[in-house]
Ligand binder design. Structure first.
Ligand code: MRU
Length: 368
C-alpha cells in the first residue's frame, strides 16, 4: 500500500542477506526503516512491537528463521534450529501465524536435508510466506467486497459505515490487511465508504496506525474512543463491523485485540453484522475452544503512560497515573463463535462453525 504516494510492503529483503521492516513504534509521526541482521533482531522486533499484527509477525518470524540459519556455521544442526524456532515462537504467544510460519520454515529446511543449501531453502520459504500473506489478503478483499456492495445497494449508494477495532490493516500483514482489504476493494469498486476507527487502548493501534493508513489511502475515516462503538450502533450509524484475528480455533472462536468481544456483544444486541477477516494461517487446527488460546499479558507501562508528539515535534512519553497504580494488561480477548456473523477467508466467507470451517478447509484439518 502507499505512504506519501509511494508503494511499500511492511517487510522486504534488502538484497544483501538482511531484512528491512518499518518500525511501527514511530508511526504516524516518523517513518523509520530498520534492518534486521540476525535472529536476535527478529525476536526483539516482534517482542517490542516494531512489527506487530498476526500476518506480519508470521512473516517476520519466517525471515527470523532464515537469519538464524544464515548465521549458523557449517551444517545447520537440528538442536540449533529447534532452539531458534522455540525462541521465535515464544516471542509473542497469541498470534497463531507466528508458530505456523516457524513450523513451515522448519519443515522445509528439514525436508531439504543434508547437502542442500538450507539458507536458500529458508529464504525461499520466508519469501513464499510473505507473498502468500499478501495474496491471501487480496482474496479476502474480493470476498469481503460482496458484503459491502450488498449494503451499499440497500442504502442506494449512501456511504457504508464500517467499524473496525485495532489495526488489521496492511501494517498488520505484508500488504492490504485482512479487515481493511474489503474496504480497499470497495474503494476500488467505486463504493462510498466511511470507517469508524476504534482508538484501541492501551497501545492505540487504531489511533496511530489504522487512521493513518486509511488516510494515506484516501479512505474517509473517523477516530472514536473505544467506548463509543455501542452508542454509534444504537444510533444506526454502523452498517457493518469487520475486525481481524490473531488466532481462530477450528470451531470458530476468535482471539483478537482486547475489546473486540465488547464490540461483538454490542453488534449482536443491535443486529449489526459482525465479520472477522483472516487468512487460513490464523486458524489453530488443534484448539477446540477459544478459552484454550494463550492470552498475552504485556507490561502495565502501556496503561500507565502514553506517548505522542510535542508541539516542537519531539516524541515524548508521559505518565498518566499516580505512581504505584496497580495494573493488569491483557492484550487479547475471545469472541465466541455464536457472536460472529461469518469469517472472511481467502477461500470465501464461511460460518464461524466447526462444520463450515472443516468443509472449506478439509485439506488443512487434521484427523480430529
Ligand atoms: O498486539 P498487536 O498489535 O500485534 O495485535 C494484533 C492486532 O493488531 C489485532 O489484534 C488485529 O485485529 C489482528 S492482527 C491481524
Amino acid at each position: 500500500m502507499h505512504i506519501n504516494g509511494k508503494r511499500f510492503r511492511t517487510i522486504w529483503p534488502d538484497g544483501n542477506d538482511n531484512i528491512c521492516i518499518i518500525d511501527q513504534r514511530h508511526l504516524p509521526h516518523n517513518f523509520v526503516i530498520e534492518t534486521l541482521t540476525c535472529l536476535d533482531d527478529a525476536i526483539t522486533a516482534i517482542q517490542d512491537m516494531l512489527v506487530r499484527g498476526a500476518g506480519l509477525i508470521g512473516a517476520t518470524a519466517a525471515f527470523g528463521m532464515y537469519l538464524a540459519i544464515k548465521d549458523m556455521p557449517g551444517h545447520t544442526s537440528p538442536s540449533q534450529l529447534t532452539q531458534a524456532a522455540a525462541r521465535l515462537t515464544a516471542s509473542r504467544p497469541t498470534a497463531r501465524n507466528l508458530g505456523w510460519a516457524v513450523e513451515r520454515v522448519l519443515e522445509q529446511v528439514e525436508k531439504a536435508g543434508k547437502g542442500q543449501d538450507t539458507k536458500k531453502v529458508a529464504f525461499a520459504t520466508a519469501c513464499a510466506i510473505a507473498d502468500e500473506d499478501a495474496a491471501f489478503c487480496q482474496q479476502i478483499g474480493r470476498h469481503g467486497l460482496e458484503l459491502i456492495a450488498a449494503i451499499s445497494k440497500r442504502k442506494e449508494g449512501a456511504p457504508v459505515n464500517i467499524l473496525t477495532h485495532c489495526n488489521a490493516g496492511w501494517l498488520a500483514f505484508v500488504d492490504y490487511g485482512s479487515a481493511t482489504a474489503p474496504i480497499y476493494a470497495a474503494r476500488d469498486a467505486g463504493i462510498s465508504i466511511h470507517v469508524w476507527v476504534d482508538e484501541t487502548r492501551p497501545w492505540n493501534q487504531g489511533a496511530k496506525l489504522t487512521a493513518w493508513e486509511l488516510q494515506q489511502e484516501g479512505i474517509a475515516n473517523t477516530l472514536i474512543a473505544d467506548n463509543t462503538g455501542g452508542h454509534l450502533m444504537q444510533k444506526g450509524l454502523v452498517d457493518l463491523v469487520i475486525v481481524g484475528s490473531d488466532r481462530t480455533t477450528h470451531t470458530g472462536d476468535v482471539a483478537n485485540k482486547i475489546g473486540t468481544y465488547l464490540k461483538a456483544l454490542a453488534a449482536h444486541d443491535n443486529n449489526i453484522p459482525f465479520f472477522v477477516a483472516l487468512p487460513s494461517s490464523t486458524f489453530d487446527w488443534d484448539l477446540e475452544d477459544g478459552g484454550q488460546i494463550p492470552i498475552e499479558q504485556r507490561s502495565g507501562e502501556e496503561l500507565t503512560s502514553i506517548s505522542g508528539i510535542t508541539r516542537e515535534g519531539k516524541l515524548e512519553t508521559v505518565r498518566l497515573v499516580a505512581p504505584g497504580t496497580q495494573t493488569i494488561n491483557y492484550s487479547f480477548d475471545i469472541t465466541p463463535a455464536r457472536l460472529i456473523s461469518g469469517l472472511i477467508t481467502e477461500r470465501g466467507i464461511v460460518d464461524a462453525s466447526r462444520e463450515a470451517i472443516h468443509a472449506l478447509f478439509s485439506d488443512k484439518v487434521k484427523n480430529l
